[in-house]
Design a protein around this ligand. Structure first.
Ligand code: TXA
Ligand code: MG
Length: 309
């Protein structure tokens, strides 16, 4: 059902404005991906370096096929996982209308068909691809609620409130523009999930090469210093982001990502709990070790970058 709020967002987007919209992963800062000015506005609002390209969101695979050239394996992944938290890098089609600003001048584009019902209503209404990076200032914590967006952008934006994002971390990114598809960013869809569909997926993330610049060493940062693999308090006044049932004592405040060590639950809580702990009430945030398997790889990827100074 199209509500007044959805209609307003569709109208703003059609006028080339930028708005915040929920997706199943995180909230996105969305604008018309074919409009240079709208894309410029996204980069400006986020304070994002323009060499870091944006993901374009489309309603369906059919729409995606109009924009990019899909290899056989790209098609297999899209058919299997879309709509959902997977972004595919594909070669840009000759007459692709996506702004070169959105794709940072590359001859490839990043495409995703999201599953969030509000984002889908908006995409259906605007009938144009929407460029949408996570709706946070560049380098900082990703937003998983409308309130996170409002907190970080104050009154500057219209935010479509779709409650809490179910996945909680950004989409898995696979580069399918190269002969052997390569995992660029881990997410809730793990390498094992993807390999069931394309067994030759390469997982040799080339961390030093800026081919997915979201993969910069320092990223996803709270304001407070963040310490990973913590097993006991080091500094007085530290808050703890715990995992599992055995929680060390002595922390000023504890939030538990998952008492039952459920990694999917932990991913869903990750940014929301970091937002809660990122308060002047504490001196730092310590995070307990998270197993480096499956979805744990995606969580540790975010935590490692958040702790990098
Ligand atoms: O879940 C998500 O993916 C969220 C929601 C809003 O959809 N969006 C998101 O966007 O995380 P952003 O901008 O924060 O991350 C986009 C990532 C960056 O790491 C960027 O470098 C990479 O996608 N990317 C975009 N276009 C690319 C391209 N042509 N080649 C390689 N990497 C690309
Ligand atoms: Mg981001």
């Amino acid at each position: 059902m199209i509500t007044q709020a959805i209609r307003q967002v569709i109208d703003l987007l059609k006028q080339g404005k930028v708005v915040a919209i929920p997706t199943e992963t995180v909230y996105g800062l969305a604008g018309d991906a074919t409009n240079d000015m709208a894309c410029a506005q996204i980069f400006e609002l986020k304070g994002r370096p323009t060499f870091n390209p944006l993901i374009s969101h489309v309603y369906s695979l059919e729409e995606a096929l109009k924009l990019g050239d899909f290899s056989k394996q790209a098609l297999q992944l899209a058919e299997h996982f879309w709509p959902g938290p997977l972004t595919l890098i594909v070669k840009r089609k000759a007459n692709c209308p996506i702004s070169y600003l959105a794709s940072a001048g590359l001859d490839t584009i990043a495409l995703r068909v999201p599953s969030h019902p509000l984002m889908r209503e908006v995409l259906k209404g605007v009938q144009t691809p929407l460029a949408a990076p996570s709706a946070n200032p560049s380098g900082f914590l990703s937003p998983t609620t409308a309130q996170h967006v409002e907190k970080q952008f104050h009154e500057k934006l219209v935010v479509l409130d779709g409650g809490t994002c179910a996945v909680g971390i950004e989409s898995t990114i696979v580069d399918t523009s190269v002969p052997i598809p390569c995992l660029l960013r881990p997410g809730i869809l793990t390498a094992a999930d993807l390999k069931k569909v394309i067994p030759n997926l390469s997982t040799n993330l080339i961390s030093d090469k800026i081919n997915a610049p979201g993969q910069l060493k320092s990223h996803y940062k709270p304001t407070l210093p963040l310490r990973i693999n913590a097993s006991y308090p080091l500094n007085e006044g530290e808050a703890l982001l715990a995992f599992g049932a055995n929680i060390p004592e002595g922390y000023k405040k504890v939030l538990n990502l998952s008492e039952t060590e459920n990694l999917k639950e932990a991913a869903a809580h990750l940014f929301a709990y970091l937002h809660l702990l990122d308060s002047p009430k504490y001196k730092g945030i310590a995070v307990m070790p998270i197993p480096n398997v499956g979805i744990g790889l995606a969580i540790n990827d975010r935590l490692k970058r958040a702790s990098f100074s």
